[in-house]
Design a binder for this molecule. Structure first.
Ligand SMILES: Nc1nc2c(ncn2[C@@H]2O[C@H](COP(=O)(O)OP(=O)(O)O)[C@@H](O)[C@H]2O)c(=O)[nH]1
Ligand SMILES: [Mg+2]
Length: 446
């Protein structure tokens, strides 16, 4: 996913300075130089980098760091805090209207992900906040855009308001709000048209919708793959519409991502959500501190746990967490959790969120894809109860028997056994971090 390169680059620097018992100005200078290069390489706007580095330097050579017992760690803490500030500090939530419905306008260039995000956001509001949203098809220039929204509505089983391509977007928006009031919908999410470039006519139309419906939110949807251009686009949309927030899409892609991060600094408008894939549940609330952790390669344990909590049966989740803590998690439990794990989405996506998984080459090689899950299931099913609970008893002849029974190979059985051990190790790290104890990662401030 995005920022992987940045995280990889920063690892060496972080390690070097974290371990230091004494940090000199020269150390700080070297570290900030590395951080500066890494950020520039990740396509963060150069002015943004300059300001950031200046603040990091000031604080890193300050008393707060130099007088502490763990100056190396304090320096990294400063970097993390400044990165968090750069991305907006606190999480910024959707502004809710006192009197429903809350009207949200989605704006942005063509292909940025407005229509998809309209569906994702509706799904998010319903799932996380138990709200009733109405989707509004106000992109009247392309019939396909209306069909697309209607398809999303069907998939999500949510109502879509449309008047075809003949009606005027302003009328559509007004009528949709009226309808939402009658139907007691809590949210109205308006999917507007986009153009390939910032365009006066379109801006005029969006301004008119804005002044007519007075939305609580105007969310600018930005494709994080578009590089520095994203910053310019954000500036013009903000100038003309005074946007209330930003949704960064396609952060799952192989983008350097830095440009997108500059948007908050340049426009002063908060990033509210991040799109992490094409699927309708792949929208995450944007947490600047968690993103900073991800960027610094510390993983994003909290999003992972949140995701687990949203998908996994709560009782079971507690049980699982207790087992993780006591390290008594077995193949037996693994099998039981399999369906719930499947519900959480692609394994490699989950892996990306785990601390250190970006830099642990072993983890990258795991490549557990969803198809492989059925092999895994078969292998575990071929184990005896004892083997599931105490895998250390699985010797060569048992491996052969298990492979035969599951229609796999001994190599596959070996791989699973190894992966399971890795997984248990990671679980241990995660639960230690959550308790705030010094875990394997050694970042006590997380
Ligand atoms: N990988 C990925 N693709 C996305 C994401 N958001 C949108 N897309 C894709 O981007 C393309 C354009 O999206 P669409 O919603 O039609 O953009 P619009 O023109 O702004 O309405 C579609 O193929 C979407 O599936 C995301 O977060 N990740
Ligand atoms: Mg669209």
């Amino acid at each position: 996913m995005a920022f992987e390169g940045l995280a990889d680059r920063l690892q060496g620097t972080i390690k070097k300075i974290t371990g230091k018992g004494k940090v000199t100005e020269a150390d700080v200078k070297e570290m900030t130089r590395e951080v500066r290069l890494a950020l520039l390489e990740a396509d963060v706007n150069f002015k943004v980098v300059k300001d950031l580095i200046k603040r990091i330097k000031e604080r890193a050579v300050g008393q707060e760091v130099m007088d502490s017992l763990t100056p190396g760690q304090q320096v990294i803490k400063v970097v993390k805090e400044e990165l968090t500030e750069l991305m907006g500090g606190e999480q910024s939530k959707i502004e809710v209207n006192n009197k429903p419905p809350t009207v949200i306008m989605m704006v942005g260039l063509q292909g940025a992900g407005k229509t998809t995000t309209t569906g994702k956001l509706a799904n998010h509001l319903r799932k996380q906040h138990n709200r009733k949203p109405l989707l509004v098809a106000a992109d009247v220039y392309r019939p396909a855009a209306i069909d697309q929204l209607q398809t999303l509505g069907k998939q999500l089983d949510l109502p879509v308001f449309s008047k075809g391509t003949e009606a005027n977007p302003v009328d559509i928006a007004n009528e949709a709000i009226k309808q939402a009031k009658e139907d007691h919908q809590d949210y109205v999410i308006i999917d507007t048209a986009g153009r390939l470039h910032v365009d006066e006519n379109l801006m005029g139309e969006l301004q008119q919708i804005k002044s007519d419906v007075n939305p609580s939110e105007i969310l600018l949807v930005v494709d994080s793959m578009t590089g520095q251009d994203a910053v310019n686009v954000a500036e013009s949309f903000d100038e003309q519409l005074d946007i209330s927030g930003v949704v960064l899409t396609k952060l799952d892609g192989d983008t350097r991502g830095g440009a997108a991060l500059s948007i908050r600094a340049v426009t002063g408008k908060p990033i509210k959500f991040a799109g992490m894939g094409e699927k309708l549940d792949q929208l995450e609330a944007f947490h600047p501190d968690r993103m900073a952790s991800r960027i610094l390669g510390m993983g994003d344990v909290f999003s992972l746990i949140e995701k687990a909590e949203a998908e996994v049966d709560e009782e079971k989740a507690k049980e699982m967490q207790n087992k993780m803590k006591s390290m008594s998690f077995t193949f037996e439990d693994f099998l039981e959790q399999m369906d719930q794990v499947k519900n959480m989405g692609p394994i490699d996506e989950l892996m990306n969120m785990m601390p250190g998984s970006g830099k642990m080459k072993g983890m990258k090689n795991m490549q557990v894809d969803d198809k492989q899950l059925s092999h895994v299931e078969a292998i575990i099913q071929s184990m005896t109860k004892k083997e599931r609970v105490e895998p250390s008893v699985i010797n060569a002849s048992r491996k052969k028997r298990i492979a035969q029974g599951s229609g796999t190979s001994v190599a596959q059985v070996n791989r699973l056994l190894k992966q399971f051990e890795e997984m248990k190790k990671m679980m241990k790290q995660m639960t230690n971090q959550k308790k705030g104890k010094k875990g394997g990662m050694n970042f006590p401030f997380m």
